[in-house]
Ligand binder design. Structure first.
Ligand SMILES: *[C@@H]1O[C@H](CO)[C@@H](O)[C@H](O)[C@H]1NC(C)=O
Ligand SMILES: *[C@@H]1O[C@H](CO)[C@@H](O)[C@H](O)[C@H]1NC(C)=O
Ligand SMILES: *[C@@H]1O[C@H](CO)[C@@H](O)[C@H](O)[C@H]1NC(C)=O
Length: 757
């Protein structure tokens, strides 16, 4: 057994070999029940029926794995022989008691896992001494009591996990001292009361999981003590209603109240939660909901699995969602003819009431809602030959009838007109007279190659226009004349080779423009003239290679931009310098090989989803993501040629990241990434591409980083961001190269790595 420890430090340009001898530790001890690696400094004693912490493990051990033993009690000073531990795993050890000061010597410990034991009480000094600890896992124990002060010395803790325990109540100040806590998990307990000061002192907490508990009331008071909270999970608690101003949390963005027993949800419940963007109310007992006051940035409202009754009383919600661009998820449970219809697909006029009186009221509302009805209600429903007109739903359809001319004489109160799959070839002016109430017009697959000016004149209520899968290659500037309400325009899968620039001038309410799968080659300045409210522009799968510097300047509210599958060779930063609300940018599949500094800076504050996958991307400047921060929720970089990455540390809000299929160079410059991976609770999917012997291994599993210097990567590395890969490979810290370097330098071999048994 080697009696000395070898520590190799690999710098990017210079290879240094540093050895030192730990003289007072003799024959590097390894208890018989354990496997020790004196290079990686790990000791693993898994599943060995040990009844105590093995006392003879090498003092310099940094990772100790004691899972699956029978330790029962951790007495005071149980780890005093291993003061350098950074990781300690103690799951399934039948631990019942953690005595005060059990971890007192472990000032370097970062990660402590005590899950799946039988701990019942956390004493005041149970975790004393753990001054560097970042993650503490206590899931699946029997904890029913936490003594105040139990966590008071854990000033660096980021994650505290207490799921699947038996907590019934939380006393005041119980979490005091957790000055850096980010996420507190208490799912699957039996909490039914939270004292108003239970969360006092948690000034940095951003995420709180309280799902699967017994809370009957929203703990408003206690939660107001969490000024930074952005995500709150309260799913599966037996609450029946939320009253006015119940949720008073100014930074909250994601609120989960699904699978509860809510029968009533006050329209003012979120009046003091102005930043909520995602509200999940799925699987409750709500039959109706009024428009919510307060969260003006709401994007998604999940109402799946509620028994919604889609009558005129639901209209305000539907209209509010439409006007506020809120996505409504869920379906109607009744009345029978609307059962199963998606809430979002409903047009307000379809939401009717049974009683004569309510019906009249609804009619009146509808009339006052913009459209003067030009014709009186006819006595009998008229309908063109070969078509179907349903009086009750106001749907008229002549789908796939081989028609060559647009039929006339649809019922004047038609809301949905479906003409897809015919052979119109071109649409003359004024093709839709006398149907001013149509909301949705379907003209897909009609072989249309031309729209005459004013083709849709008179369709004052049109909101959705589908012209997908036709032969359009250009549009005259007044093709869409007379459509003041048009909001969603589908022109995907046509034959455009140029952006149909002037056609949108007359569409002041256009929110979403679909032009996917055309052959547009460039985006010039002013392409969006007139569409000043545009939120979503979809240009996936065109041939765009050039984007003029001010291409999107006229659409300052642009939120979603899809440019995947084009021929861009760089990120169109300048074109987007005036789109401060951009939240989703997709550039997947473009031949962008390099991303320079501040590429996303103009919209860094709003960007939430960034797609940079499958681009053959080789290098990202270390400042390429500058400005982006906790607001970033998804980052997709899979399928590129990246060997290293800029720092991901600022992205504390990430929910999705994919780094798969990149040939990362697993060597010291990658250490910051490796550390980040260890810290976050996400599936990252990064694998090594170099050096050859580590190819295919997960970055989080390789041990090569052990040999890297210190906590921080060398400063040289940080400041250049450019590194010649070849040099790195020569100096990489894997063992065979180490040996080579040693030989080259004529140094005495100090010891060979070996696993002691
Ligand atoms: C641990 O103890 C159990 C029960 O005493 C026994 O069945 C098992 O073989 C022991 N395992 C080892 C690795 O000694
Ligand atoms: C909405 O809720 C359902 C059921 O809880 C869930 O499956 C779905 O993923 C949710 N959708 C969104 C967009 O959150
Ligand atoms: C429409 O486009 C298809 C495919 O390019 C072509 O085969 C067809 O002849 C075109 N039809 C008209 C009427 O232009």
């Amino acid at each position: 057994m080697p009696s000395r420890a070898l520590v190799t430090v690999a710098w990017p340009h210079v290879a240094l070999l540093v050895t030192f001898t730990v003289s007072h530790v003799h024959p590097s001890p390894c208890p018989r029940a354990c496997l020790c690696d004196n290079i990686q400094l790990t000791a693993s004693c898994v599943g060995k029926n040990l009844t105590e912490v093995p006392p003879t493990v090498s003092e310099i051990t940094v990772k100790m794995d004691l899972r699956g033993n029978s330790i029962q009690e951790l007495h005071t000073g149980a780890f005093q022989h291993t003061p350098y531990l950074t990781h300690l795993s103690l799951q399934r050890c039948d631990i019942r008691q953690v005595r005060e000061g059990a971890f007192r010597s472990l000032g370097r410990l970062i990660f402590l896992n005590l899950a799946n034991n039988n701990i019942e009480i956390l004493y005041q000094e149970s975790f004393d001494g753990l001054s560097s600890l970042k993650q503490l896992l206590l899931d699946h124990n029997r904890i029913e009591e936490i003594q105040p002060g139990a966590f008071s010395q854990l000033g660096f803790l980021n994650l505290l996990s207490l799921t699947h325990n038996q907590l019934v109540y939380l006393p005041n100040m119980v979490f005091q001292g957790l000055q850096n806590i980010k996420w507190l998990r208490m799912s699957y307990n039996s909490l039914n009361t939270l004292d108003s000061e239970a969360f006092a002192g948690l000034f940095t907490l951003t995420r709180l999981s309280l799902d699967h508990n017994e809370l009957q009331f929203f703990p408003t008071e206690a939660l107001t003590r969490l000024p930074e909270l952005t995500r709150l999970e309260l799913s599966y608690n037996p609450m029946t209603y939320l009253g006015e101003e119940t949720v008073a949390m100014s930074k909250l963005t994601h609120l989960f109240l699904d699978h509860m027993s809510l029968q009533d949800f006050s329209e003012m419940a979120l009046a003091l939660a102005p930043n909520v963007v995602h509200l999940d109310l799925s699987h409750n007992q709500l039959r109706n909901l009024q428009p919510l006051s307060g969260p003006e940035k709401l994007l998604r409202l999940n109402l799946t699995g509620n028994p919604f009754y889609c009558s005129c009383y639901l209209r305000p919600l539907r209209e509010w969602a439409y006007q506020g661009r809120v996505r409504l998820l869920g379906t109607c449970a009744g009345p029978p003819h609307l059962s199963g219809e998606s809430l979002e697909g409903l047009h307000p006029p379809e939401l009717r009431c049974q009683s004569q009186e309510a019906m009249l009221k609804a009619e009146l509302e509808e009339l006052s809602r913009a459209m003067p009805s030009p014709t009186p209600q006819p006595d009998e429903v008229k309908c063109p030959v070969n078509c179907n007109c349903e009086a009750e739903s106001h749907h008229s359809s002549c789908e796939n009838r081989g028609l060559t001319r647009i039929p006339r004489d649809f019922p004047p109160d038609t809301r949905l007109l479906d003409l897809r799959g015919n052979h119109f070839h071109y649409i003359p002016s004024n093709s839709f007279p006398k149907v001013p109430q149509v909301v949705s017009l379907h003209l897909q697959r009609c072989k249309i190659h031309e729209l005459e000016s004013g083709a849709f004149s008179g369709m004052r209520g049109l909101i959705y226009l589908y012209l997908s899968e036709n032969n359009l290659s250009s549009l005259s500037s007044d093709a869409f004349k007379g459509l003041p309400q048009l909001t969603y325009l589908h022109l995907e899968r046509n034959k455009f080779t140029k952006f149909p620039k002037d056609a949108f001038r007359l569409l002041p309410n256009l929110l979403a423009l679909h032009l996917e799968h055309n052959s547009i080659a460039r985006l010039d300045q002013g392409v969006l003239t007139g569409a000043q409210k545009l939120r979503g522009l979809y240009l996936t799968a065109n041939s765009i290679s050039t984007v003029a510097p001010k291409a999107f300047h006229l659409a300052p509210f642009l939120k979603v931009l899809h440019l995947g599958g084009n021929r861009l060779s760089e990120v169109p930063t300048h074109a987007l310098s005036n789109t401060p609300s951009l939240s989703e940018l997709r550039l997947s599949g473009n031949p962008i090989r390099w991303i320079g500094p501040k590429a996303f800076a103009p919209f860094a504050r709003s960007l939430q989803h960034l797609f940079l996958d499958n681009m053959r991307l080789e290098k990202m400047s270390k400042d390429s993501l500058a400005g982006l921060g906790p607001g970033l929720l998804s980052l997709l970089l899979e399928g590129n040629q990246l060997e290293e990455l800029p720092s991901l540390h600022p992205f504390t809000g990430l929910e999705v990241i994919n780094l798969a299929e990149n040939p990362f160079v697993c060597d010291c410059p990658l250490l910051p990434l490796r550390k980040w991976i260890e810290k976050v609770n996400l599936k990252v999917r990064a694998t090594c591409g170099h050096p050859p012997e580590l190819k295919g291994r997960k970055v989080k599993d390789v041990h090569v980083f052990k040999a890297c210097p210190g906590e921080k990567p060398p400063p040289v590395q940080m400041s250049t961001g450019h590194r010649a890969p070849k040099v790195t490979r020569v100096t990489s810290a894997h063992l065979s190269n180490r040996a080579k370097v040693k030989q080259q330098r004529g140094q005495k071999a100090v010891g060979t790595p070996r696993t002691a048994k």
